[in-house]
Design a protein around this ligand. Structure first.
Ligand code: SF4
Length: 439
Protein backbone atom coordinates (compact mmCIF):
# COMPACT_ATOMS: atom_id res chain seq x y z
CA UNK A 1 0.00 0.00 0.00
CA UNK A 2 1.27 3.46 -0.91
CA UNK A 3 0.07 5.64 1.99
CA UNK A 4 0.78 8.67 -0.12
CA UNK A 5 -2.02 7.69 -2.47
CA UNK A 6 -5.39 8.16 -0.82
CA UNK A 7 -8.81 6.86 -1.84
CA UNK A 8 -12.23 8.09 -0.68
CA UNK A 9 -15.19 5.91 -1.73
CA UNK A 10 -18.89 6.55 -1.14
CA UNK A 11 -21.21 3.61 -1.74
CA UNK A 12 -24.85 4.60 -2.25
CA UNK A 13 -28.05 2.59 -2.71
CA UNK A 14 -28.52 -1.08 -1.96
CA UNK A 15 -26.40 -3.84 -0.45
CA UNK A 16 -25.79 -5.22 -3.96
CA UNK A 17 -24.09 -1.94 -4.82
CA UNK A 18 -22.10 -2.27 -1.61
CA UNK A 19 -20.60 -5.57 -2.81
CA UNK A 20 -19.52 -3.91 -6.07
CA UNK A 21 -17.93 -1.09 -4.04
CA UNK A 22 -16.09 -3.70 -1.96
CA UNK A 23 -14.76 -5.25 -5.17
CA UNK A 24 -13.44 -1.81 -6.20
CA UNK A 25 -11.75 -1.46 -2.80
CA UNK A 26 -10.13 -4.84 -3.42
CA UNK A 27 -8.82 -3.67 -6.81
CA UNK A 28 -7.49 -0.43 -5.32
CA UNK A 29 -5.73 -1.97 -2.34
CA UNK A 30 -2.59 0.00 -3.15
CA UNK A 31 -4.43 3.13 -1.96
CA UNK A 32 -4.85 4.10 1.68
CA UNK A 33 -8.51 4.63 2.49
CA UNK A 34 -9.50 8.04 3.88
CA UNK A 35 -12.76 9.41 5.25
CA UNK A 36 -11.68 12.92 4.31
CA UNK A 37 -12.66 13.77 0.76
CA UNK A 38 -10.40 16.83 0.79
CA UNK A 39 -7.25 14.76 1.14
CA UNK A 40 -8.11 12.03 -1.38
CA UNK A 41 -6.20 11.59 -4.66
CA UNK A 42 -9.04 9.49 -6.03
CA UNK A 43 -12.71 9.97 -5.10
CA UNK A 44 -15.29 7.40 -6.20
CA UNK A 45 -19.08 7.65 -5.91
CA UNK A 46 -20.78 4.32 -6.57
CA UNK A 47 -24.20 5.68 -7.43
CA UNK A 48 -27.81 4.44 -7.26
CA UNK A 49 -30.22 5.15 -10.12
CA UNK A 50 -33.33 3.26 -9.00
CA UNK A 51 -35.84 5.97 -8.08
CA UNK A 52 -36.09 9.77 -7.87
CA UNK A 53 -34.92 10.16 -4.26
CA UNK A 54 -31.92 7.88 -4.81
CA UNK A 55 -30.93 9.70 -7.99
CA UNK A 56 -31.07 13.05 -6.21
CA UNK A 57 -28.89 11.71 -3.40
CA UNK A 58 -26.34 10.47 -5.97
CA UNK A 59 -26.16 13.90 -7.65
CA UNK A 60 -25.92 15.69 -4.30
CA UNK A 61 -23.02 13.43 -3.31
CA UNK A 62 -21.16 14.04 -6.60
CA UNK A 63 -21.45 17.83 -6.20
CA UNK A 64 -20.51 17.69 -2.52
CA UNK A 65 -17.34 15.67 -3.23
CA UNK A 66 -16.47 18.04 -6.07
CA UNK A 67 -16.70 20.95 -3.65
CA UNK A 68 -14.48 19.18 -1.10
CA UNK A 69 -11.90 17.64 -3.43
CA UNK A 70 -8.27 18.83 -3.54
CA UNK A 71 -6.54 20.13 -6.67
CA UNK A 72 -5.45 17.48 -9.23
CA UNK A 73 -7.57 14.77 -7.58
CA UNK A 74 -9.64 12.40 -9.71
CA UNK A 75 -13.44 12.24 -9.32
CA UNK A 76 -14.92 8.95 -10.58
CA UNK A 77 -18.64 8.22 -10.87
CA UNK A 78 -19.70 4.56 -11.20
CA UNK A 79 -22.85 2.49 -10.71
CA UNK A 80 -26.50 2.53 -11.70
CA UNK A 81 -27.09 6.27 -12.19
CA UNK A 82 -24.00 6.49 -14.39
CA UNK A 83 -25.08 3.41 -16.39
CA UNK A 84 -28.68 4.58 -16.81
CA UNK A 85 -27.90 8.21 -17.84
CA UNK A 86 -24.36 7.93 -19.26
CA UNK A 87 -24.75 10.22 -22.31
CA UNK A 88 -26.60 12.91 -20.36
CA UNK A 89 -24.22 12.88 -17.38
CA UNK A 90 -21.06 12.98 -19.52
CA UNK A 91 -22.50 16.06 -21.26
CA UNK A 92 -23.85 17.83 -18.19
CA UNK A 93 -21.31 17.05 -15.45
CA UNK A 94 -17.88 18.38 -16.50
CA UNK A 95 -16.89 18.25 -12.81
CA UNK A 96 -16.54 14.50 -13.11
CA UNK A 97 -13.27 13.14 -14.55
CA UNK A 98 -14.29 9.55 -15.24
CA UNK A 99 -17.65 7.81 -15.74
CA UNK A 100 -18.11 4.06 -15.58
CA UNK A 101 -21.24 1.99 -15.20
CA UNK A 102 -22.17 -1.41 -13.78
CA UNK A 103 -19.91 -3.50 -15.97
CA UNK A 104 -16.37 -2.68 -14.93
CA UNK A 105 -15.98 -2.78 -11.16
CA UNK A 106 -13.20 -5.36 -11.48
CA UNK A 107 -11.31 -3.03 -13.83
CA UNK A 108 -11.50 0.12 -11.71
CA UNK A 109 -7.71 0.12 -11.17
CA UNK A 110 -6.95 0.29 -14.91
CA UNK A 111 -9.80 2.79 -15.42
CA UNK A 112 -8.19 5.08 -12.82
CA UNK A 113 -4.76 4.46 -14.38
CA UNK A 114 -5.91 5.24 -17.93
CA UNK A 115 -8.20 8.09 -16.80
CA UNK A 116 -10.80 7.11 -19.46
CA UNK A 117 -14.58 6.54 -19.30
CA UNK A 118 -15.49 2.90 -19.62
CA UNK A 119 -18.88 1.21 -20.12
CA UNK A 120 -18.78 -2.51 -20.85
CA UNK A 121 -21.96 -4.04 -22.25
CA UNK A 122 -21.96 -6.98 -19.86
CA UNK A 123 -23.19 -6.31 -16.29
CA UNK A 124 -20.38 -7.23 -13.94
CA UNK A 125 -21.05 -10.27 -11.74
CA UNK A 126 -18.55 -11.06 -8.99
CA UNK A 127 -16.79 -14.40 -9.33
CA UNK A 128 -13.63 -14.92 -7.27
CA UNK A 129 -12.39 -11.35 -7.13
CA UNK A 130 -10.82 -10.12 -3.91
CA UNK A 131 -13.12 -7.71 -2.05
CA UNK A 132 -12.72 -5.63 1.09
CA UNK A 133 -15.61 -6.49 3.43
CA UNK A 134 -16.88 -3.30 5.03
CA UNK A 135 -19.05 -2.71 8.07
CA UNK A 136 -18.41 -5.95 9.99
CA UNK A 137 -15.79 -8.63 10.75
CA UNK A 138 -18.34 -11.38 11.15
CA UNK A 139 -21.01 -10.64 8.53
CA UNK A 140 -20.83 -10.40 4.73
CA UNK A 141 -23.30 -9.97 1.90
CA UNK A 142 -22.98 -12.55 -0.89
CA UNK A 143 -24.28 -11.85 -4.38
CA UNK A 144 -26.23 -14.66 -6.07
CA UNK A 145 -26.86 -13.10 -9.45
CA UNK A 146 -27.15 -9.87 -11.39
CA UNK A 147 -29.94 -8.45 -13.48
CA UNK A 148 -33.60 -9.50 -13.47
CA UNK A 149 -36.11 -11.20 -15.80
CA UNK A 150 -39.18 -9.85 -14.05
CA UNK A 151 -41.14 -7.02 -15.67
CA UNK A 152 -42.53 -5.02 -12.75
CA UNK A 153 -44.31 -2.01 -14.22
CA UNK A 154 -42.59 0.54 -11.95
CA UNK A 155 -39.02 -0.72 -12.12
CA UNK A 156 -36.21 0.42 -14.40
CA UNK A 157 -33.56 -1.95 -13.01
CA UNK A 158 -33.77 -4.54 -15.83
CA UNK A 159 -33.22 -1.69 -18.33
CA UNK A 160 -29.74 -0.92 -16.97
CA UNK A 161 -28.76 -4.10 -15.12
CA UNK A 162 -29.91 -6.44 -17.88
CA UNK A 163 -31.36 -9.91 -17.75
CA UNK A 164 -30.85 -12.41 -14.94
CA UNK A 165 -27.33 -13.84 -14.79
CA UNK A 166 -26.73 -16.34 -11.96
CA UNK A 167 -23.37 -17.16 -10.39
CA UNK A 168 -22.26 -20.79 -10.38
CA UNK A 169 -22.81 -22.47 -7.01
CA UNK A 170 -19.10 -23.38 -6.95
CA UNK A 171 -18.14 -19.70 -7.24
CA UNK A 172 -20.40 -18.77 -4.30
CA UNK A 173 -19.20 -21.71 -2.17
CA UNK A 174 -15.55 -20.77 -2.86
CA UNK A 175 -16.15 -17.16 -1.79
CA UNK A 176 -18.00 -18.19 1.39
CA UNK A 177 -15.27 -20.74 2.26
CA UNK A 178 -12.62 -18.04 1.80
CA UNK A 179 -14.52 -15.63 4.05
CA UNK A 180 -15.16 -18.22 6.78
CA UNK A 181 -11.38 -18.72 6.91
CA UNK A 182 -11.10 -14.96 7.51
CA UNK A 183 -13.45 -15.26 10.53
CA UNK A 184 -16.73 -14.31 8.84
CA UNK A 185 -19.51 -16.65 10.05
CA UNK A 186 -22.76 -14.85 9.19
CA UNK A 187 -23.92 -14.37 5.60
CA UNK A 188 -26.76 -12.62 3.76
CA UNK A 189 -27.43 -13.92 0.25
CA UNK A 190 -28.81 -11.19 -2.02
CA UNK A 191 -29.68 -10.27 -5.60
CA UNK A 192 -32.46 -8.41 -7.42
CA UNK A 193 -34.60 -11.55 -7.46
CA UNK A 194 -33.09 -14.31 -5.31
CA UNK A 195 -35.78 -16.97 -5.70
CA UNK A 196 -35.17 -16.97 -9.46
CA UNK A 197 -31.57 -18.00 -8.82
CA UNK A 198 -30.45 -20.42 -11.60
CA UNK A 199 -33.65 -20.02 -13.64
CA UNK A 200 -31.49 -18.50 -16.41
CA UNK A 201 -29.83 -21.94 -16.46
CA UNK A 202 -33.23 -23.70 -16.61
CA UNK A 203 -32.98 -24.85 -13.00
CA UNK A 204 -36.01 -24.19 -10.78
CA UNK A 205 -35.43 -23.87 -7.04
CA UNK A 206 -31.70 -23.26 -7.52
CA UNK A 207 -31.76 -21.80 -4.01
CA UNK A 208 -32.47 -25.25 -2.55
CA UNK A 209 -29.30 -26.56 -4.23
CA UNK A 210 -27.40 -23.55 -2.90
CA UNK A 211 -28.69 -24.06 0.66
CA UNK A 212 -27.51 -27.69 0.58
CA UNK A 213 -24.06 -26.63 -0.63
CA UNK A 214 -23.69 -23.80 1.91
CA UNK A 215 -24.77 -25.98 4.86
CA UNK A 216 -21.79 -28.25 4.20
CA UNK A 217 -19.22 -25.45 4.61
CA UNK A 218 -17.12 -25.70 7.76
CA UNK A 219 -17.39 -22.65 10.04
CA UNK A 220 -20.78 -21.73 8.59
CA UNK A 221 -22.99 -20.70 11.54
CA UNK A 222 -25.63 -18.36 10.32
CA UNK A 223 -27.26 -17.24 7.06
CA UNK A 224 -30.36 -15.69 5.51
CA UNK A 225 -31.71 -14.97 2.03
CA UNK A 226 -33.13 -11.60 0.97
CA UNK A 227 -35.27 -10.50 -2.02
CA UNK A 228 -37.52 -13.51 -2.61
CA UNK A 229 -39.96 -12.95 -5.48
CA UNK A 230 -43.54 -14.23 -5.06
CA UNK A 231 -43.90 -16.14 -8.34
CA UNK A 232 -40.62 -18.02 -7.97
CA UNK A 233 -40.81 -18.73 -4.22
CA UNK A 234 -42.11 -22.30 -3.97
CA UNK A 235 -43.48 -24.00 -0.86
CA UNK A 236 -40.58 -26.45 -1.23
CA UNK A 237 -38.12 -23.55 -0.88
CA UNK A 238 -39.90 -22.09 2.16
CA UNK A 239 -39.98 -25.54 3.82
CA UNK A 240 -36.30 -26.11 2.97
CA UNK A 241 -35.34 -22.82 4.63
CA UNK A 242 -37.41 -23.81 7.68
CA UNK A 243 -35.65 -27.21 7.80
CA UNK A 244 -32.18 -25.68 7.51
CA UNK A 245 -29.73 -25.79 10.42
CA UNK A 246 -27.88 -22.74 9.11
CA UNK A 247 -30.44 -20.59 7.27
CA UNK A 248 -32.72 -18.67 9.63
CA UNK A 249 -36.51 -18.51 9.40
CA UNK A 250 -35.92 -15.09 7.95
CA UNK A 251 -38.18 -14.30 5.02
CA UNK A 252 -37.70 -11.15 2.98
CA UNK A 253 -40.29 -11.10 0.17
CA UNK A 254 -41.21 -7.69 -1.27
CA UNK A 255 -44.88 -8.03 -2.29
CA UNK A 256 -45.39 -4.38 -3.25
CA UNK A 257 -49.21 -4.62 -3.00
CA UNK A 258 -52.00 -7.10 -2.15
CA UNK A 259 -54.92 -6.03 -4.29
CA UNK A 260 -55.30 -8.31 -7.31
CA UNK A 261 -56.04 -5.51 -9.76
CA UNK A 262 -52.99 -3.62 -8.55
CA UNK A 263 -50.77 -6.71 -8.67
CA UNK A 264 -51.88 -7.23 -12.29
CA UNK A 265 -51.26 -3.54 -13.13
CA UNK A 266 -47.81 -3.82 -11.52
CA UNK A 267 -47.10 -6.94 -13.64
CA UNK A 268 -46.11 -8.84 -10.50
CA UNK A 269 -47.44 -12.17 -11.74
CA UNK A 270 -48.63 -13.31 -8.31
CA UNK A 271 -52.12 -12.90 -6.81
CA UNK A 272 -53.24 -12.10 -3.28
CA UNK A 273 -54.37 -15.68 -2.54
CA UNK A 274 -50.95 -17.14 -3.35
CA UNK A 275 -49.04 -14.40 -1.49
CA UNK A 276 -51.17 -14.96 1.63
CA UNK A 277 -50.52 -18.72 1.38
CA UNK A 278 -46.76 -18.08 1.21
CA UNK A 279 -46.81 -15.66 4.14
CA UNK A 280 -48.79 -18.00 6.37
CA UNK A 281 -46.41 -20.87 5.51
CA UNK A 282 -43.49 -18.60 6.46
CA UNK A 283 -45.28 -17.64 9.68
CA UNK A 284 -45.77 -21.33 10.52
CA UNK A 285 -42.03 -21.45 11.29
CA UNK A 286 -40.96 -20.95 14.89
CA UNK A 287 -39.41 -17.50 15.48
CA UNK A 288 -40.06 -16.49 11.89
CA UNK A 289 -39.05 -13.00 10.88
CA UNK A 290 -41.03 -11.72 7.91
CA UNK A 291 -40.20 -8.51 6.12
CA UNK A 292 -41.60 -7.00 2.95
CA UNK A 293 -42.01 -3.77 1.02
CA UNK A 294 -44.99 -1.92 -0.41
CA UNK A 295 -45.30 0.69 -3.14
CA UNK A 296 -47.98 3.32 -2.57
CA UNK A 297 -49.46 5.57 -5.24
CA UNK A 298 -48.82 3.50 -8.36
CA UNK A 299 -50.81 4.90 -11.31
CA UNK A 300 -54.53 4.05 -11.17
CA UNK A 301 -54.38 2.87 -7.53
CA UNK A 302 -57.98 3.47 -6.42
CA UNK A 303 -58.98 4.38 -2.87
CA UNK A 304 -60.60 0.95 -2.57
CA UNK A 305 -57.47 -0.87 -3.75
CA UNK A 306 -55.41 1.09 -1.24
CA UNK A 307 -57.94 0.24 1.51
CA UNK A 308 -57.41 -3.44 0.65
CA UNK A 309 -53.69 -3.00 1.27
CA UNK A 310 -54.33 -1.16 4.52
CA UNK A 311 -56.76 -3.88 5.70
CA UNK A 312 -54.21 -6.56 4.82
CA UNK A 313 -51.48 -4.97 6.96
CA UNK A 314 -53.88 -5.24 9.90
CA UNK A 315 -54.53 -8.93 9.14
CA UNK A 316 -50.87 -9.89 8.73
CA UNK A 317 -48.35 -8.34 11.14
CA UNK A 318 -44.96 -7.96 9.50
CA UNK A 319 -41.76 -7.66 11.52
CA UNK A 320 -40.37 -5.05 9.15
CA UNK A 321 -41.79 -3.18 6.17
CA UNK A 322 -40.23 -0.73 3.73
CA UNK A 323 -42.79 1.66 2.29
CA UNK A 324 -41.93 3.33 -1.01
CA UNK A 325 -43.74 6.21 -2.65
CA UNK A 326 -44.29 5.43 -6.33
CA UNK A 327 -41.55 7.12 -8.40
CA UNK A 328 -42.36 7.96 -12.03
CA UNK A 329 -39.44 6.33 -13.85
CA UNK A 330 -39.05 6.87 -17.59
CA UNK A 331 -38.59 3.65 -19.54
CA UNK A 332 -41.00 1.73 -17.28
CA UNK A 333 -44.51 0.54 -18.21
CA UNK A 334 -46.08 2.59 -15.40
CA UNK A 335 -44.49 5.78 -16.73
CA UNK A 336 -46.78 5.65 -19.76
CA UNK A 337 -49.89 4.89 -17.73
CA UNK A 338 -52.52 7.53 -17.08
CA UNK A 339 -54.28 7.86 -13.72
CA UNK A 340 -51.24 9.23 -11.86
CA UNK A 341 -51.92 9.80 -8.14
CA UNK A 342 -51.56 13.35 -6.77
CA UNK A 343 -48.81 14.09 -4.24
CA UNK A 344 -51.46 15.03 -1.64
CA UNK A 345 -53.29 11.70 -1.94
CA UNK A 346 -49.97 9.83 -2.09
CA UNK A 347 -48.73 11.39 1.16
CA UNK A 348 -52.06 10.75 2.91
CA UNK A 349 -51.91 7.09 1.92
CA UNK A 350 -48.30 6.72 3.00
CA UNK A 351 -49.10 8.20 6.41
CA UNK A 352 -52.01 5.78 6.89
CA UNK A 353 -49.96 2.77 5.80
CA UNK A 354 -46.98 3.72 7.98
CA UNK A 355 -49.29 3.94 11.00
CA UNK A 356 -50.90 0.54 10.31
CA UNK A 357 -47.58 -1.19 9.63
CA UNK A 358 -46.01 0.34 12.72
CA UNK A 359 -48.86 -0.94 14.93
CA UNK A 360 -48.35 -4.43 13.54
CA UNK A 361 -44.61 -4.26 14.10
CA UNK A 362 -45.06 -3.06 17.70
CA UNK A 363 -47.38 -5.99 18.41
CA UNK A 364 -44.70 -8.36 17.11
CA UNK A 365 -42.07 -6.68 19.26
CA UNK A 366 -44.19 -6.62 22.44
CA UNK A 367 -44.91 -10.34 22.06
CA UNK A 368 -41.15 -10.94 22.51
CA UNK A 369 -40.91 -9.39 25.99
CA UNK A 370 -39.95 -11.98 28.65
CA UNK A 371 -38.61 -14.33 26.00
CA UNK A 372 -35.02 -15.46 25.51
CA UNK A 373 -33.13 -14.62 22.33
CA UNK A 374 -29.73 -15.17 20.74
CA UNK A 375 -28.19 -11.78 20.00
CA UNK A 376 -25.07 -10.46 18.30
CA UNK A 377 -23.40 -7.44 19.93
CA UNK A 378 -23.04 -4.65 17.36
CA UNK A 379 -21.14 -2.11 19.50
CA UNK A 380 -22.16 1.20 21.09
CA UNK A 381 -25.89 1.75 20.65
CA UNK A 382 -27.23 4.59 18.51
CA UNK A 383 -29.28 5.77 21.52
CA UNK A 384 -26.66 6.27 24.24
CA UNK A 385 -22.95 5.56 24.70
CA UNK A 386 -23.68 3.78 27.97
CA UNK A 387 -25.87 1.29 26.15
CA UNK A 388 -24.67 -1.43 23.84
CA UNK A 389 -26.50 -2.11 20.60
CA UNK A 390 -27.29 -5.63 19.41
CA UNK A 391 -29.35 -7.49 16.84
CA UNK A 392 -31.16 -10.82 16.85
CA UNK A 393 -28.91 -13.47 15.31
CA UNK A 394 -31.37 -14.02 12.46
CA UNK A 395 -31.59 -10.30 11.61
CA UNK A 396 -29.45 -7.65 9.93
CA UNK A 397 -28.82 -4.77 12.32
CA UNK A 398 -28.90 -1.87 9.89
CA UNK A 399 -32.24 -2.83 8.30
CA UNK A 400 -34.09 -4.88 10.95
CA UNK A 401 -33.65 -2.65 13.97
CA UNK A 402 -31.37 -2.35 16.95
CA UNK A 403 -31.84 -4.00 20.37
CA UNK A 404 -30.66 -1.98 23.38
CA UNK A 405 -28.59 -3.80 26.00
CA UNK A 406 -29.04 -2.11 29.37
CA UNK A 407 -27.96 -4.96 31.65
CA UNK A 408 -25.45 -7.81 31.52
CA UNK A 409 -24.54 -10.65 33.86
CA UNK A 410 -21.23 -10.92 32.03
CA UNK A 411 -18.50 -8.34 31.45
CA UNK A 412 -16.18 -7.64 28.56
CA UNK A 413 -18.84 -7.74 25.86
CA UNK A 414 -17.47 -6.71 22.50
CA UNK A 415 -18.68 -6.24 18.93
CA UNK A 416 -19.37 -9.57 17.23
CA UNK A 417 -20.00 -11.53 20.42
CA UNK A 418 -22.91 -13.98 20.25
CA UNK A 419 -24.86 -14.02 23.53
CA UNK A 420 -28.07 -15.27 25.07
CA UNK A 421 -30.30 -12.55 26.46
CA UNK A 422 -33.68 -11.98 28.04
CA UNK A 423 -35.89 -9.45 26.27
CA UNK A 424 -37.06 -7.33 29.19
CA UNK A 425 -38.84 -4.34 27.70
CA UNK A 426 -39.50 -2.10 24.71
CA UNK A 427 -38.37 1.53 24.30
CA UNK A 428 -40.20 3.23 21.47
CA UNK A 429 -39.86 0.65 18.68
CA UNK A 430 -36.67 -0.91 20.05
CA UNK A 431 -36.46 -3.98 22.23
CA UNK A 432 -34.45 -3.78 25.46
CA UNK A 433 -32.54 -6.82 26.66
CA UNK A 434 -30.39 -8.13 29.51
CA UNK A 435 -27.48 -10.39 28.53
CA UNK A 436 -27.29 -13.65 30.50
CA UNK A 437 -24.42 -15.61 28.95
CA UNK A 438 -21.96 -16.01 26.09
CA UNK A 439 -22.80 -18.54 23.36
S1 SF4 B 1 -38.05 -8.04 -9.26
FE1 SF4 B 1 -39.21 -6.33 -10.11
S2 SF4 B 1 -38.69 -4.67 -8.70
FE2 SF4 B 1 -37.13 -6.21 -8.40
S3 SF4 B 1 -35.44 -5.68 -9.78
FE3 SF4 B 1 -36.79 -7.12 -10.86
S4 SF4 B 1 -38.19 -5.84 -12.05
FE4 SF4 B 1 -37.26 -4.56 -10.44
Amino acid sequence: MDINKKLHLVSLGCNKNLIDSEVMLGRLKSYALTDNANEADVLIVNTCGFIGAAKEESLRTIFSLHEQRKKDSLLVVSGCLSERYKEQLIKELPEVDIFTGVGDYDHIDSIVEERKNRFSHETYLINSEERVITGSNIHAYIKLSEGCNQQCSFCAIPSFKGRLKSREIESIVKEVEKLTKQGVWDFSFISQDSSSYMRDKNINDGLILLIEAIEKIEGMKSARILYLYPTTTSDALILRIIASSVFHNYFDMPVQHIDDNMLKRMKRGANAKRIKEQLSLMRSAADSFVRTSFIVGHPKESAEEFENLLKFTKEFEFDRVNIFAYSDEEGTAAFDMDGKITKKVLNERIKKLEKAVHEGMLKRLKAQINTKAVLVIEGESSEHDLLLGARKLECIGEIDGEILINESEISGLKTGDMVEALITDIAGDKLVAAVTKFI
